[in-house]
Design a protein around this ligand. Sequence first.
Ligand code: FAD
Length: 237
Amino acid sequence: MAYYIKLLKKEVVARDTMAFYWEKPEGFEFIAGQNGDFALIEPPETDEKGDLRTFSFVGAPFEENLVTATRMRNSAFKHVLKNLPIGTEVKMAAPHDDFKLHKTATTPAVFLIGGIGITPIRSIIADATHNHLPHKITLIYSNRTPSDAAFTDDLQEYAKTNQNFTFVPVFTDKTVEGRNGERGHIDSEMVKKYVTDIETPIYYLSGPPEMVKSMRNLLIEIGANEDNIRSEEFDGY
Ligand SMILES: Cc1cc2nc3c(=O)[nH]c(=O)nc-3n(C[C@H](O)[C@H](O)[C@H](O)COP(=O)(O)OP(=O)(O)OC[C@H]3O[C@@H](n4cnc5c(N)ncnc54)[C@H](O)[C@@H]3O)c2cc1C
């Protein structure tokens, strides 16, 4: 289904990372974790990569606006998006894909996420918290520094209100101070510290293909069942 929706607000949510708030079309329904294709209409500038990008919904279905977020890069699409006047319409085709939390609540969920891959995960965890879902959820969320990490305030809030949710921020820059979370790259020791029974959970990976690939390899190496790994690759990074 295609919709014409207006930009309501934009904000910086991390280094080189912006969130875009869109009006939610009447009757539009989606499942936390899904995404949409956003097409610019007659943009002032374009390049060979075209005027359409897929973005996951950052907001959960119960939240008022549709929100997307992206790392700002040099493509014509992102340049136009960054400077898009409030009130401009884009064409959105949505919802797409089936990247959503599993139904069996006794099976834990573990998310191994880097950088911008957090977008569908924030939606899934906001939704699980709002709906008091009983799933045990662990999020290991890696960024270089705290300034690169989007939505950490929300995630910390969910960790306070949702007893079933464990949030582990990871900073690859080992000089980052403070006692919370972990330092260094996500490795097998780090995963085993937070996931005691490796074979049981359903694992979720999302983000740039390289990150997804390396997390999948790591999980298989430490004994996760490949059938229990679900992933969403953000082509284009
Ligand atoms: C399911 C899904 C969910 C996603 N969710 C998000 C999200 O929440 N946030 C986010 O930031 N990104 C997301 N992405 C990725 C997003 O769609 C963009 O690809 C990404 O943001 C990079 O865009 P860019 O303009 O910076 O990069 P670019 O490299 O400039 O553009 C990437 C796009 O151009 C195409 N392309 C590259 N080179 C060429 C060429 N020479 N000719 C023609 N086409 C070319 C690629 O296939 C890709 O579609 C998602 C992708 C998928 C598939």
